[in-house]
Structure formats: structure tokens, C-alpha cells
Design a binder for this molecule. Sequence first.
Ligand code: ZN
Length: 181
Amino acid sequence: MLYIVLVLVLAALGLLVTALMTASSLWAWVSIGLSVLAGLLLVADWLRRRRRSAAPAVTAEPEPEAPAEPVAEEQTALIPASGDLGDPADTPEPAVDSTETETTADSEPGVEETPEEDVAVLADLEDEVVVVDEHPRYHLRTCTWLGTRETIPIGVGEARQLGFTPCAVCRPDATLVAAHR
Ligand SMILES: [Zn+2]
């Protein structure tokens, strides 16, 4: 490449000399043209060399890129971190817990203690009590605990047979046994 430039420059010089000797501006313009061409070639050569020298820098770039990857890993590591941050946002869970404790707090009244002789009486009674689905107590219809809950009427004997236990709030056993006597 540099040889071509050298030849072009020499040709330009020769043409310049020719232009001076012949006093013809045409040769002078051609000489200028060759000089410009030689200059362009030099620039092109320089750019090519720079690109080639930049190429090793490109292969060396994976090293700078390698640190960039850990950065990306850090970013992915931030996602679980933000997920952790999301957990506090899941405070609805504790809120659910609190509602659960609330419901369990007022949901299950204590069990009425029924004397042995009353148990024998109740087993044969068909007086109606009410139960609430998924709750272990049976109640009198008037029980304050029932509130707006959906009740299921059932004979007290059957309720006991099914494993339901009497509510300590409305005390159905004592009430029903007293009514029976
Ligand atoms: Zn009750």
C-alpha cells in the first residue's frame, strides 16, 4: 500500500515537473489529483491499520464484558431481592392471619359442660338445634354467636351423634334438658 502511495507521489512530482517545464496547467491538475489520491490511500491505510489494531482490543473486550456479565448477574440477583421486597408487600398474609385469629377468636365458643345424666337424656332428644358448616358447635337458634352465619337445623341427639359439641355461649344442653324436665 505504501509503495503505491510512493509511486503516486513520485508520479505527481514528475507530472508537476512536466507541468512546470511545459507550462501546461493540465499536468499540474493531474499532479494535484495524484497527490490527493495518494493522500486518500494513506488515510485509508491508516484507518485499516487502526481497525486492525482495534481488533485485538475487540478480542480483549470480552474481558471488560466479563465484568459486565457479573453486573447482569447482580441485576438478576436484584430480582429475587425485589421479590423479597415483595414479601413485605405480601403483608396481606399476616393480615389474613389476623383475620383468621379474629375468626377463630370469635368463631369457636367454648364447649358447654354437660353432666353425665344430661348426656343420656340428650341422646334421645329430637329437639332442634342448629349447626354452622365447618364449625364443631351446635347452638340454640337464639345464640348470639350465630349472628348472620348460615345455620343448619338438626336434632340435638343427631348432632351429638355426629360429634358436634354444645356451645358454651347459648348452653343448648342445659336449656333443652331443663325444657324436657
Ligand atoms: Zn351458641
